[in-house]
Design a protein around this ligand. Structure first.
Ligand SMILES: CC(C)(COP(=O)(O)OP(=O)(O)OC[C@H]1O[C@@H](n2cnc3c(N)ncnc32)[C@H](O)[C@@H]1OP(=O)(O)O)[C@@H](O)C(=O)NCCC(=O)NCCS
Length: 179
């Protein structure tokens, strides 16, 4: 369990399955995430996803439930989608429930997650991408210290047209400078 000012990042529990499905259905949330989650998920597939992320031997994927530190309410998800052990590069993602956006939870979550990745996994670099229409994500990542490294033109089809994917990266010194 890892704590920030506002959030606790903890392991998933089976009872998170139903709540996470409900939160992911919120308008404007799922469409900012990667392709696999744009279509409705069944309870069974979400359960399998969460159970897989709880497996002890799942070395390359770390999936944290985000909890409001005060109320212990489950409010979102974050983690490492892929960890390249040779290059020590972690690719991350996160989402916060609508009701908790624009209140500092995303900033706090990302600070805790990046600290975990650098200090516990000894990663060399953290990478991520977002879709060009996602202004909230762009603002948040820049604030944490992420630097834009490249634009993949028209690789994401959403809302009936293609959008660019923006790739960003963060080194340890860039992160700790912004903390
Ligand atoms: C992108 C996302 C993670 C941002 O998280 P968030 O919790 O809304 O972001 P924050 O609240 O930390 O920061 C946004 C604004 O909230 C306000 N804020 C920050 N800290 C605050 C605090 N302690 N108290 C009150 N307001 C605060 C600020 O206005 C801040 O903007 P700033 O950069 O000008 O300071 C969130 O919008 C989200 O989950 N979106 C849907 C999924 C998604 O897009 N995921 C990323 C895919 S790449």
């Amino acid at each position: 369990m890892f704590q920030g000012q506002l959030v606790t990042l903890r392991a998933y529990k089976t009872e998170d399955v139903e709540v996470s499905l409900k939160l992911l259905e919120e308008e404007g949330l799922r469409d900012t995430l990667s392709m696999e989650v744009i279509f409705p998920y069944s309870t069974d597939s979400q359960k399998a996803y969460i159970e897989n992320s709880m497996k002890k031997n799942n070395k390359n994927v770390y999936n944290f439930a985000i909890e409001d530190k005060k109320t212990k309410q489950y409010i979102g998800s974050c983690g490492i989608n892929e960890y390249d052990m040779n290059q020590r590069i972690a690719t991350i993602g996160l989402w916060i429930s609508k009701d908790f956006q624009n209140k500092g939870y995303g900033t706090d979550t990302l600070q805790v997650l990046c600290k975990f990745i650098f200090d516990e996994l000894n990663a060399f670099k953290i990478t991520l991408f977002y879709f060009d229409f996602n202004e909230n994500a762009a603002k948040l990542y820049k604030k944490i210290g992420f630097v834009t490294e490249g634009i993949h033109r028209k690789e994401q089809f959403r809302y009936g047209k293609y959008h660019n994917r923006i790739y960003m990266g963060l080194f340890r010194e860039e992160f700790f400078k912004s903390e």
